[in-house]
Each structure stands twice: as C-alpha cells, then as structure tokens.
Design a protein around this ligand. Structure first.
Ligand code: 6PG
Length: 255
C-alpha cells in the first residue's frame, strides 16, 4: 500500500497499521497512548484530542484498561485540534464529549483542561483566544520543532479527506503563521462554524496518531495513502506519524 509523503521532522514515512475492527484499533491506540505518556520527556504532558466519534472507542478502552489509576492526571494537559461553535453541553461539542466520556472520569484537574473557548465569541475571536492560551502554555509565540508543543496529537479523517476542521479547498490550509483560525463554514456535517488548529500547530507534536474507522472513509483514506492532495495528507509531525485504520476503512484488498 502506498504511503503519504511526510517531510516534516524525523518521520519521513508514516506507518500504516490495519486493524480488524474499531475495537482492535482502540486497543492499539490505547497502548500507543500509554507509551507516549510514559515516555514524555517533561513532567508536564500535553495531549491534543480530535473530535468525531472514533476517539470515543479509545476513551472507553483507556478507562477499561485502568487509566483512572495509571494515567498521571495531574501532569497531563488536554487540548483540542478543533471545536464546533456550540456549548460544551451540546452533544456536538468535541470538548464536552471528551469531558463526559474520559476527563470527568479521571478526573482531570479543571486547570489541566483547555477547551477551545466558544461561548459568546465569533470563530475568529475564539481562535485568537485559543492561540493566546496555547502560546502561554508553550511559553513562546514561535514554534520550535526541537521542542514540540504537544506530546501526543490525535487526529481523525473525514470522508472528504478533512482533518481537524481543515476542509478541502479551505483558506485555512494555506495558513503558515497563525496557530488557530476560525472556520465560518464547515465542509461536512455538523454544519456549525468551527475553530481549528492550523497545519503548523498540528505539526508541532512529538507523536501523531490518526485514528480512522468505517467504510465511509475508504475513498478518502485510499487517496491520502496514495499521496493525493487532501487536507489530511498535509499533516506533518516533529516525530512519529502513525495511521491506525480498521479494515472497513482500509478496504478488503488492503494488505
Ligand atoms: C470534527 C473533527 C474531525 C473528525 C473527523 C473524523 O470535529 O469534526 O475533529 O476532523 O476527527 O471527521 O470523525 P469520526 O471519528 O467521527 O470519523
């Protein structure tokens, strides 16, 4: 199977692993999650979560595998790669969903949870505030590839090839300076405006994991893995970049 080029950092060729189903995918992702946390070089650990439904399987698996006990909740800080402009109580909220399914269970200390602010803000205002929060956490406003912002970056793939809220044809894909931008129109449901990290911010990670499940991703995934220009193909990493995909997404003829 062809693989997407990755010229950012150490991971020249991202690995692709095909798992039988979403349960196995979640189990492998949970192991990778645990290893990344255990090998974090600094006491403070930054994890950037993705939206969508696939990570929920990972969260359930982490809890089933005893994360309440082994995860160093006081050291881990939680961020998001994108957010929908809805309150956290809304079922479409990425931060709300992660809070209810994983973070409240830990529990994660409130000061370690960094949702993208949405309340009463326009997407561009929310983006500027989140960039300021990320920069305060990082301690600089310029990213240094030898000192990644995130220890772990989780990402998903949309059926149109989008990742985070970087949709095909979006101007946000060309952003090179800002870390976070507003997205007035989502390219796919739910059709609410969004806030998304840009490619430079997504690339500032020590370990990047794409989690891809379901037959509706087959065409997009095949395109990405064949090197076609999709938003997800443009993601780089300061370190390792791995694709964990289930057989439904990979297709029956995948190796
Ligand atoms: C979002 C996302 C988005 C998501 C993919 C995959 O907020 O919509 O972060 O990029 O990760 O669409 O979603 P699924 O996991 O539901 O397939």
């Amino acid at each position: 199977m062809a693989r997407p080029a990755n010229d950012g950092g150490a991971a020249d060729r991202p690995s692709v692993r095909i798992l039988d189903d979403v349960g196995e995918l979640a189990a492998v992702a949970a192991d990778a999650f645990r290893e990344t946390i255990a090998s974090a070089p600094q006491p403070r650990i930054a994890v950037c979560l993705s939206g969508g439904s696939t990570p929920l399987h990972l969260y359930e698996r982490l809890l089933a595998a005893g994360a309440r006990a082994w995860l160093p909740w006081d050291r881990v800080h939680w961020f998001w790669g994108d957010e929908r402009m809805v309150p956290m109580t809304d079922g479409r909220s990425n931060a709300g969903t992660a809070w209810r399914t994983l973070l409240a269970e830990g529990p994660a200390p409130a000061g370690n949870v960094h949702p993208i602010p949405v309340s009463g803000l326009e997407p561009d205002e929310a983006a500027a505030r989140y960039a300021a929060e990320l920069q305060a956490f990082y301690g600089a406003s310029t990213l240094d590839s030898t000192r990644p912002l995130f220890d772990l970056m989780l990402l998903g793939l949309g059926s149109d090839g989008h990742t985070a809220s970087l949709f095909p044809g979006s101007a946000a894909l060309a952003e090179r300076e800002r870390w976070v931008v507003g997205v007035a129109h989502a390219g796919l449901a739910p059709f609410v405006s969004r806030v998304t990290l840009t490619l430079p911010a997504l690339a500032s990670a020590r370990e990047t994991l794409f989690l891809v499940s379901g037959a509706d991703k087959r065409e997009a995934l095949a395109g990405v893995l064949a090197g076609a220009d999709r938003p997800a193909s443009r993601v780089r990493s300061c370190g390792r970049l791995r694709w964990l995909v289930d057989r439904a997404a990979a297709g029956a003829d995948a190796i």
